[in-house]
Design a protein around this ligand. Structure first.
Ligand SMILES: Nc1nc2c(ncn2[C@@H]2O[C@H](COP(=O)(O)OP(=O)(O)OP(=O)(O)O)[C@@H](O)[C@H]2O)c(=O)[nH]1
Ligand SMILES: [Mg+2]
Length: 293
């Protein structure tokens, strides 16, 4: 079974949750995400999701859209076969505001799965980080996007560049994460670090990894096994624990649920804070360098 836990024995619990979530009252996080505005007019916060095929990248985008729109949303196509990566094109997902024709100032991109041989090339993810890939580019697992290609963006603006890199991994695969995937994640992280881009991780499918979470999502920060999986993943790819967020994506439900929303919103709040800090840092850096010429 997922995570190799014994079905018979209940999972050991911490007496108190080790992280606080506003279960049942996520108005604070909802308000934050709904009212977020970058300091500079017209600036977009670009969030790039990467990770193995079937980890739940597209489902996370849909889940965030669902929570913000107050109804189930299925814009990013999701696949149930898990044989090979389903997302093949580079695409920007905007989130429309509920009551108008305007969009939230953050956008998502997800890339083809990271799988060896048939997944996205690390070099292409690096190009995406620097804003060089245009929308609708169809990834080729055999060759990197060339500068001569019409989908190569030669002069990316600040809005085209990525401001937060999110590694998406299914929690039930942490115990069996393949070395090739870990190496790819590390390689992409190295480039993001070189560019100063903040990085977080989302552990999806926590309902599959642990039956106690499936029974009650509020157990997520009380179950020792879940914390161990986060620590294991953190040690493997070097993302600190305070940048790792467990979520359950909407995957079989047809109605929204407060607890599912609470985890998704608190994760989004943290992603936005990381990206916004980076945008402001870059802007200050650019302002300083213009003042000195
Ligand atoms: N139980 C459960 N299933 C999930 C969760 N998130 C996603 N899924 C399911 O996992 C499968 C793959 O999800 P996708 O969102 O297509 O994964 P992806 O990372 O976009 O995959 P590729 O585009 O193929 O790289 C789908 O059947 C989803 O419904 C989750 O949190 N819990
Ligand atoms: Mg996908």
């Amino acid at each position: 079974m997922g995570g190799g836990q014994s079905k018979a024995k209940p999972a050991p619990l911490f007496s108190e949750p080790w992280r606080q979530i506003d279960w049942g009252d996520q108005r604070r996080d909802l308000q934050f995400v709904k009212t977020y505005k970058p300091q500079t007019e017209g600036q977009q916060l670009r969030i790039l999701l990467h990770g193995p095929a079937g980890a739940g990248k597209s489902s996370f985008i849909n889940s965030v859209q669902s929570v913000l729109q107050g109804r189930m949303y299925r814009q990013a196509l999701v696949d149930n076969t898990s044989h090979e990566t389903f997302t093949k094109k580079y695409q920007t997902f905007k989130v429309q505001k509920e009551s108008s024709d305007t969009f939230y100032p953050f956008v998502f991109n997800d890339v083809m799965g990271l799988d060896p041989h048939k997944g996205v090339l690390v070099d292409d993810v690096k190009l995406a980080l620097r804003g060089h890939i245009k929308d609708e580019y169809r990834f080729d697992p055999k060759s990197k996007l060339s500068e001569a290609d019409p989908f190569y963006n030669k002069s990316p603006t600040s809005n085209d560049k990525v401001h937060v890199l999110v590694c998406v991994i299914a929690a039930d695969t942490v115990p069996v994460l393949r070395d090739e995937i870990v190496r790819k994640v590390l390689d992409i992280r190295k480039e993001a670090t070189r560019l100063g881009i903040p990085q977080v991780a989302i552990l999806t499918k926590i309902d599959k990894a642990c039956p106690e979470v499936n029974q009650d999502l509020k157990n997520v920060y009380r179950i020792k096994y879940m914390k161990e999986q986060m620590e294991k993943f953190s040690a493997e790819v070097g993302i600190p624990m305070n940048c790792i967020f467990p979520v359950m994506n909407y995957h079989e439900e047809t109605n929204l649920n407060n607890d599912t929303d609470a985890l998704i919103l608190s994760t989004m709040r943290n992603i936005i804070i990381c990206g916004d800090d980076y945008i402001n840092f870059k802007k200050n850096q650019d302002d300083c360098s213009t003042n000195y010429v």
